[in-house]
Structure formats: C-alpha cells, structure tokens
Design a protein around this ligand. Sequence first.
Ligand SMILES: NC(=O)c1ccc[n+]([C@@H]2O[C@H](COP(=O)([O-])OP(=O)(O)OC[C@H]3O[C@@H](n4cnc5c(N)ncnc54)[C@H](O)[C@@H]3O)[C@@H](O)[C@H]2O)c1
Length: 698
Amino acid sequence: MSLVKYKIIEEIALIEISNPPVNAISAAVRIGLLETIKNLSINEKIKAIVITAPERTFLAGADIKEFGKKVDAPILGKICDKIESLNKIVVASLHGTPLGGGLEVAMSAHYRIAAPNTKVGLPEVLLGILPGAGGTQRLPRLCGVNMALDMMLTGKHVPAKEALSSGIIDKIAENNNTIDNGIEYAKKLLKDGFKPRPTSQIQNKISDTKETSELILKFKDTASKKYKNLFSPHAIIRSVEEGLKLDFPDAISNERKLFEECIESPQRQGLIHSFFAERANTKIPELKEGKAIDLNKIGIIGGGTMGTGISMAAMNAGFNVIMVEQNDEAIQKAKAKINSTYDRSVKLNRITTEQKNKTMDMFSATTNLSDLKDRDLIIEAVFENMDVKKEVFVKLNQICSQDCILASNTSYLNVNEIATVVDNPSRVIGLHFFSPANIMKLLEVVVAEKTSKDTVATAFNLAKKMKKVPVRSGVCDGFIGNRILSKYLVGTYHMVEDGASPFHVDKVIRDFGCAMGIFQVIDLAGGDIGWATRKRKAPFRHKDDRYVQIPDRVCERGWFGQKTSKGYYLYGENVDFLSPNPEIEIICEQERKRAGITPKKFDDTEILDKYIAAMVYEGTKILSEQIALKPSDIDVVFTNGYGFPKWRGGPMKYADMIGLDKILKNIKKYSEEDPRFWAPPKLLEDLVKQNKNFDSLN
Ligand SMILES: NC(=O)c1ccc[n+]([C@@H]2O[C@H](COP(=O)([O-])OP(=O)(O)OC[C@H]3O[C@@H](n4cnc5c(N)ncnc54)[C@H](O)[C@@H]3O)[C@@H](O)[C@H]2O)c1
C-alpha cells in the first residue's frame, strides 16, 4: 500500500502522506511522493496541490535507518526540485515538527501555512551532515543568510511565530487541522490570483554584497573557534557562501557535493553513534515490566552544590520541592543561590519574572526532616559520608511512607549498604546527578541489589520529565563514570610522575576535543573531594599498587582549585583564562626525585594513547561485571557527563574506530612495566581474538 495518497477536491489535489509514527521520509515515502507529483503535474484540471502529512506531525525528517548514509533513489533533493518546478500552486500545510528533510520539502512548496504548535528546523548539523535537499539554498532565500546560518549551525527549532516573522512560513492557521488549513489556504490563494512562487527565485533576502561577505566572515570566525573539530558546520557555511555566487542548479549540485563530503567525515560516524546511543539507553530489562509511579512532590536533603541544582532541575520539570538543611543559615544560602540562578535567567531573557516567581512558589525549605512525610520521592544530597547518609535514611524510614522512593545522589558510595537501613529496600535507588544539576544532562540511575523494577521505571520517568539523559548503572565504587574517571586519573598521575607536565596533558586532552583537561576538571570539582576519596581508600590499597603523591602535596597546601583560587591553575576573576600555577612543576620535580624516578619526555601521541587506554580498560571491566549493560551506555555517560566529544562517539566507539587490537597492544606494552594497573582485561582479549568490536555488544 502506498504511503502517499491523494484525492481531488474541485481544482485542488490534496496529498496525504502517512508513515507513522513521525512520517519519516523513507524510500517508500520518496517513491510515493515523486510518483504522485508526476501524476498530478499532467492533470490540467488541477490548479493547486496541498501537501499534508496528517497524524502526529508533518514529515519530521529522514528515516533514522538511513541516517547519514547514502540513500536509495529517488533522493529527496530531486523531489524538492520537481515540486518547486510545478506550474500549479503548491501549498505545504505544516504541523508538529517539520525538521530536516520535512522542512526542505515544505520550502520547495510555493507557500507554507503552519498550525500554531509547529516548530521548524534544520538539525542535520547535530548528525555531522548538512541539509542536502536544497535546505542550504532555500532557507537563506526565505529568511536571509543570518537567520538561516544560525538555524543550520545550531540545529535549533524555531516556533511558528518566529518562522512567520522571518519569512519561513507565510501564515499561521488558527487550529491544528492540517488538512482543512491547507485546503482553505490554497482556495484563498487561487481566489486572490496568486501564482506559483518558486523559492529558488526569491532574491530579495540574499545578495552577494559586501555586507553579506562580512556577515559570513563573522560566522566563519565564530565557527573556527566553536566548531573547530567539526566538519559539517564549515561545509554549511561554504554551501551558503558559494551558493550566493552560483546559479541555483549549480548551487544545488555544490550542496550535494559538500553533503557527500560530510557523509565521508569521521565526525559523522561519531555523531550518528551518539544519536543512537542516546536512544538505546532506555533499553534495559527493568523497563519491560516495571511501572512508573506518579510523582508530584519531591523532597531534597542538603542544600549545597548538588541539593540546590537538583531542586532547580525538579522545579523546572514542574515538581513541588521541599528542601531540608541543617540550619537557617544554610537555608538562606541555598535560597540565595537558587534565587540568583533564576535572576540570571531572567536577565538573559530565558524566562520572564512571572515564570521565575511561579517556579519559586514551588519551593520551600525547612530544618525539620518530618516535613518530608508526604513526599513521593526524596533525593538525599548530604555530605559524601556513609555514616551521615545512613543516619538520614534511618530517619526517612521512620518518617515517610513505605512507598516513598528514597534516592541517594552519592558519587561513589555503596547504595546496597545504604539500603540496608530501611525496611523496604526495593524503593532505594541511586540518582547520580552531575554538577550543575540544573544544566548537566546526564543522570546515572544506580540500581541496587534490591531496587524494584517499578522504582527503576519511576527513575527513568523522572529523568524524562527533567529532560535528562538517564543511564542505568550497577553498584560499584563510582558507578560507571566516576569509576572510569578514577582509573584514567590515576593513569594520568603515573604519566606526570614519569615526567609529563600536567599542562601538556591537559592540552593534549583539549586538542583531542574534550571540553576540559583532567587537571582543569580537578580544579573545577575541588581537589579536596578526590583527596577525601584517596584517604577513604588508603586502608584498602594494595602494598604493590603504584601510588603517586603529587595531588596530596597540592592539597596539603590548601590548593583545591577554583574554590581556593589556586590549584593546578591560578584563578582570578576570569576562571576561563588558563594560567598554570608555576609551583606545580616544582612539586612534580620534587616528587619525582623522592620516588627515585628519572623523568622521561612524553609526546602528544603517548599521552593520548595512555589516557584513552585507561578509559577503555576500565570500561571493559565495567562491561564484564555488568555495571554497564552495553558499551553505548558508557559512551552516553562520557559524552553527556564528562565532556568527551560527541563527534568521537564516546570512549568505546572511539576504541572501535581506532581498532581494539591497537588498544590491547598498548595495554600489553604498559603492563610490562606495571602489571597490577594494566593486566589486560579478558573481555578485551576475547573481542580481539574473535575479531569483534564493542559495537557487537550493543
Ligand atoms: N559536587 C559535585 O560535583 C557532585 C556531583 C555529583 C554528586 N555529588 C554528591 O552529592 C552529595 C552532596 O554533594 P555537594 O557537592 O552538594 O556537597 P555540599 O557540601 O556542597 O553540600 C552538602 C550539604 O548537605 C547539608 N547537610 C549535611 N548533612 C545534612 C543533614 N543531615 N540534613 C540536611 N542537610 C545536611 C550541608 O549543610 C551542605 O549544605 C555528595 O554525596 C556528593 O558526593 C556531588
């Protein structure tokens, strides 16, 4: 059955595309649409064609099965050109989210009407490609080069009102009835004597002038900094810039050529992997049977860095929040922080004062834990100390109903142990938010031995409401992210003690594409946190483990990073300006001497190889222990919580791309010097033996 049907209503042909759930532009849709257009083009009686895709949304973009690949004919660009060249009026009647190819089809129509709820966009850049069906040429003709480049470089969704004022659409309908909207609009256009209006011939918003060249230069300048490691943003700018100097058909061919170059780029592979990985994270056993319970009222214990951030994340998702702190002073401090964060959002026009006040109305704070007795979910964010956490959970066990979900935001501690102090451990779970919790997307959902499926399902549902990216983790010291972080952090200390400069290490990591170097991260999080963890673990350390004392020497001086204005770097007003602390190199030299190490020189490749190897090493261990259920979950943790570049796919995907045999070879080489730290993981050896990659475990 064809996915594209049409009927004729007087002199108007109504095309209805139906490919549920989101009317993706699959090969069958393309074939059907082209055939329909061809049939209608020769029907003299028809004066106007209305393209609709009723149900949930107008064409929402490419079929994900074809994402970023070379697709079967007919390609969408040819269909768009054909639509535009029709000598009858073509109206696209939009609703929902006409994105990517969906908007490209709409822009090839002669007129566009949209339901009030419509949002349009060309988000191809997020997948490492460019709009390759005429989008880079038609969008600037409709809304001008400035807005078109902004939309295509960010991939943002533009609401109907803005789409109308900028010229992307011609009219906003009064309701969401996309069929009636289209037909009424086509009738009116015919009645008023409107003619076909090919977008390719609209010239008043584009011109190859000095101002346009200067504007494009500005975009190039920003892109060279902001997207320096990416390929497609630069290809998008080139396509627009070069298109201005070419005839439309040549500009379209040029766009196609650049599109194909994007397809070949390694960044495309990483970004597409990230896209799918972020959708596979919910494929976990508990969600098959678990039923999420309804949450309305949330309690937060602790109003420090995390408690305030989690409170805001909860309120932003519409939850009523009560926060518990130890004393009034702490309450005032927490309130002031929340208040100033929202004030900043008002100042930046992200929210209105009214919205801020409404949100703040959902918040209250108390020193009395019993005030949490009516809560559906409580998230504990007190100090990282097992005794303190257990004491809180013992009290919650007495105060709250046995159904209330009790979550801990612990970074490392054993959630199974925390759960032992309550009568009903099936409702205890780890919800590991990342700082700042109102902004960072990642949420590790730590499933303890006795956590019920319903509790897990509720946590995933909460994440969805908070617009977080949840990843299931089992219980171990540090869960997925911090456990891997601990491994490569120690690996980095080894390198530094062996002679590498911390600042060189950071530069290599940044050049690789990570948001920050590891020593910058330590300074941001606070060196004291790692110091406390090292002290906690000291009694369990094996006598043969290599222990580097450099970070202890730094902490002993009270240099905890940004919070003390001094750490590995020096901080003044501008914390973004990287100024190495000169005394760090002196400490490193002293420590190398003390440990009897003759420093050697490290080049960039050696640093990066070891850094990645440590990450992949621990990732492999975590997979064998089923702490992470699949490699792509580890990738999601790192690209959403640790600044690992999405365009490299995440550490496990990156390992696949460079070859597991190469990683294993490096690990074996390192293990000759330090067999305790680098003993090759069996799973990695097995995969290499079987000529498989991590993707085979996804
Ligand atoms: N800071 C981070 O980047 C980060 C990230 C993820 C998870 N975590 C975890 O979140 C938790 C909190 O960390 P933080 O950075 O917000 O610490 P913080 O020191 O900034 O805040 C802790 C707050 O808890 C309050 N508190 C302590 N005991 C209390 C009690 N019995 N009742 C009520 N309030 C109490 C303290 O007054 C303090 O304000 C820790 O378990 C930490 O490991 C921290």
